[in-house]
Design a protein around this ligand. Structure first.
Ligand code: R5P
Length: 292
């Protein structure tokens, strides 16, 4: 009986993750050529023979150009006669426009998901902003979580407690705290008067504590900066921020540092200087689970 190989195709936004998953699963990376035409259009060519083989394509759909790259990689795998195509989206860009907030708007996450579904048999994503995003794909879609890996990193940092920036994100903090073996809480908004709102941990006292705030995304850093500033005012010794998806746009890094942040931690779903945590273990684990 011929043993089926699973080929891994790492897009330009997920090369490190693809290499890590290839090592983790002990399956080969597809040899591929990428280039850009003079007018900047993308070109991809799969050089291995993947006819009848399963292919795992890994690509973060951020920024916009990476979406087109992904669609072309999927088409190339389909044209090459791949059997099952699994698409792993370490970060699913456009997922925050997951509904119509105003009349006349698109449901962007659904629009992108439907296009990705065209040549995919399965989709895996990491820490989606909302669970219902998985329903936008027209094929079975699964999520895995980087919280375990983030918590393992934080465990080495003597964190006294983990905080969610709001009540909605409490579950993530709870999960991380379970692994770190520490307490958890969330930042609660307290209205002081008509114009003043104070935020503080709901139950725990930050004074002299080493605190880590954990969220799914840091974008402009505004949410985290507000919490850091308040925690420092309340006497926190150290405040670190950790997220799965570090977009760090609009001067986020400076905003976080000037608020008094002691360490910024993100995963490699979007590669940057703060990508200290790998997501290959959780993606590979989910891939193995769905391929059984
Ligand atoms: C909100 O629902 C998310 O979990 C993040 O808290 C938010 O997207 C972070 O955005 P920013 O860094 O711009 O405050």
């Amino acid at each position: 009986m011929r043993v089926k190989i699973m080929f891994i195709l790492g897009g330009t936004s997920a090369r490190t993750i693809a290499e890590d998953i290839s090592k983790e699963l002990q399956q080969p990376l597809i040899e591929v050529t990428y280039k850009r035409f003079p007018d900047d259009e993308f070109y991809v060519r799969i050089l291995d023979d993947v006819k009848g083989e399963d292919v795992l394509i890994i690509q973060t759909t951020y920024p916009d150009t990476k979406i087109v790259e992904l669609l072309l990689m999927q088409d190339a795998a389909y044209e090459a006669g791949a059997d099952e195509i699994t698409v792993a989206l370490p970060y699913f860009g456009y997922s925050r426009q997951d509904k119509k907030f105003e009349n006349g708007e698109p449901i962007s996450a659904r629009a992108i998901a439907e296009h990705i579904s065209l040549h995919a048999d399965y989709v895996i994503t990491v820490d989606p902003h909302k669970d219902h995003l998985l329903d936008f794909f027209n094929v079975p879609a699964y999520s895995c979580s980087a919280v375990v890996e983030i918590a393992k990193y934080l465990k080495e940092k003597d964190v006294d407690f983990v905080l969610a920036p709001d009540k909605g994100a409490k579950k993530r903090a709870q999960q991380a705290a379970g692994i770190i073996d520490c307490e958890y809480d969330y930042m609660e908004k307290i209205r002081i008067d008509g114009t003043t709102i104070k935020i503080k941990p709901k139950n725990l006292d930050a004074k002299n504590k080493n605190v880590a705030i954990i969220d799914d995304i840091i974008s402009t850093g505004g949410t985290m900066a507000k919490s850091i500033r308040e925690l420092k005012k309340q006497g926190a010794k150290k405040v670190s921020v950790a997220c799965t998806h570090g977009l760090f746009v609009g001067g986020a890094k400076e905003k976080l540092l000037s608020a008094g942040c002691d360490e910024i931690i993100s995963t490699d779903t979007i590669e940057d200087e703060f990508s200290k945590v790998k997501t290959a273990p959780c993606i590979a684990e989910m891939f193995l689970k769905i391929s059984q």
